[in-house]
Design a protein around this ligand. Sequence first.
Ligand code: FES
Length: 148
Amino acid sequence: MAAQSEYVFAGKLSDLKSSRKQRVTVSDRVLALFYANGQVYALDHFCYHTGGPLSLGDIEDSHGRMCIICPWHKHSITLDTGESLYTAIDPFNPRNIKHNCSKGVKQRTHSVRIEGDDILVKLSDVTEKVFESDRYFTEEYKVFMENV
Ligand code: FES
């Protein structure tokens, strides 16, 4: 898929404010749109872990970071950056808990612009597969799924 250089219509803000989560397709890429804290976010729809449908997850505030919780295995993914977060617990001192530790960016995010009631999305440069969520949009994955 070629890089998309323009913003394209992806949905109505009024609809997203009601549902808070939507699955949409932009230029053959399946995305999840989220509305949280007055902001709209666009991420790849299929969870980097094993392909869970993020638009069916719950939006949660994780110690100050807005996240989508994947409905399949409950991984926590930040809406703004696509980082996967975890809570670290020191086994020698279980009271020593560190929230919001990052595994790095796993889920690709895309740019959003609002014009009136229109949500416009510009895909980030998907020509290079650099994030784990990219795997669901490769030819290898399509061939694999056709042969399962
Ligand atoms: Fe999302 Fe496993 S598929 S956490």
